[in-house]
Design a protein around this ligand. Structure first.
Ligand SMILES: NC(=O)c1ccc[n+]([C@@H]2O[C@H](COP(=O)([O-])OP(=O)(O)OC[C@H]3O[C@@H](n4cnc5c(N)ncnc54)[C@H](O)[C@@H]3O)[C@@H](O)[C@H]2O)c1
Length: 273
């Protein structure tokens, strides 16, 4: 099979959460640039308008919907509305996520007061779990009935993190179990939905330059510090997620389900020289 055919996403109907920025936007761009119909969901009205306009200007068939993914009825309505508008739903990218900084150690390796276990507030815990974990379940639950109607099934892609697989001192407490929970949710959903040819997989990024944590990675000093723990000696730009995303959305991955594709520059391998 020709590469263009193998990775073809032309005509697919897809929804992405957290689409106004970062990894979600990069996914929306890769899908729209390659002829998919894309519904972009985000809580940030201004950012979403800008992102949608940018992709429309390139000829993309994209639509934006402002939604808070922690609002279950609103999220379900947004998924239903996109599927209705497209007449189908082929791929869900449940990507949204927020940081829960600070961790118990600062970048300089010192203990922080705010990140200490006993100082994690109920509000911080609840918000991160609702956004990073529960919303993934809610969006998959909303998407599945639409995908079950498809003769050829569907694709669900979820953004986890290297934090789903290992402890990280500089990352805030609630983020870690939220991502680990999402990774296991992917496996459980994959086994249940296999019968319907709905493939469920995760992408686990390492450090990417996005707006997460107030866009701290855009600060060259911070990026450099993060890059030192990466065997490839740098942090990633968001377009470096597009290959894995296109793989999981296309015919290139018809026998892949319950997997977690690690896109981390080698972080999981440990510290290099
Ligand atoms: N950037 C990294 O280094 C990194 C590493 C590992 C995993 N991730 C994961 O990647 C995913 C995307 O994050 P990113 O780095 O692109 O961040 P980002 O901040 O650039 O993008 C996240 C988007 O989600 C939106 N959002 C936040 N809360 C929302 C809500 N309640 N409802 C709807 N939209 C909401 C934001 O407005 C933003 O547009 C997250 O799940 C994150 O945990 C990022």
């Amino acid at each position: 099979m020709k590469i263009a055919e193998l990775f073809d996403v032309h005509g697919l109907a897809t929804i992405v959460t957290g689409a106004a920025s970062g990894i979600g936007y990069a996914y929306a761009e890769a899908m729209a640039d390659n002829g998919a119909h894309v519904a972009m969901l985000d809580i940030d009205r201004a950012g979403l308008d800008q992102a949608v306009s940018k992709l429309k200007a390139k000829g993309g068939d994209v639509r934006g919907a402002m939604v808070d993914v922690t609002d279950r009825p609103a999220l379900r309505a947004a998924v239903d509305e996109a599927a209705r508008a497209f007449g189908r739903l082929d791929v869900l990218f449940a990507n949204v996520g927020i940081d829960s900084a600070p961790g118990f150690l600062s970048m300089a390796g010192e203990r922080t007061i705010e990140g200490a276990f006993e100082n994690v507030s109920d509000e911080r815990w609840d918000k991160v779990i609702a956004t990073n974990f529960t919303s993934v379940f809610t969006s998959i639950r909303a998407a599945v009935p639409h995908m079950k109607k498809n003769r050829q099934g569907g694709r669900i892609i979820v953004t986890t993190s290297v934090a789903a697989m290992r402890s990280e001192a500089i990352v805030g407490m609630p983020y870690m179990p939220a991502k680990a929970g999402v990774a296991h949710l992917v496996r459980q959903a994959a086994i249940e939905l296999a019968k319907f040819n709905i493939l469920v997989n995760a992408i686990a990024p390492g450090p990417f330059i996005t707006n997460i944590a107030g866009g701290h990675m855009r600060n060259p000093e911070v990026a450099k510090a993060f890059g030192q723990s990466v065997p490839l000696h740098r942090v990633a730009s968001t377009d470096e997620i597009q290959g894995a995303a296109l793989f999981l959305a296309s015919s290139a991955s018809t026998f892949v389900t319950g997997a977690q594709i690690i896109v981390d520059g080698g972080v999981m391998l440990g510290r290099a020289d």
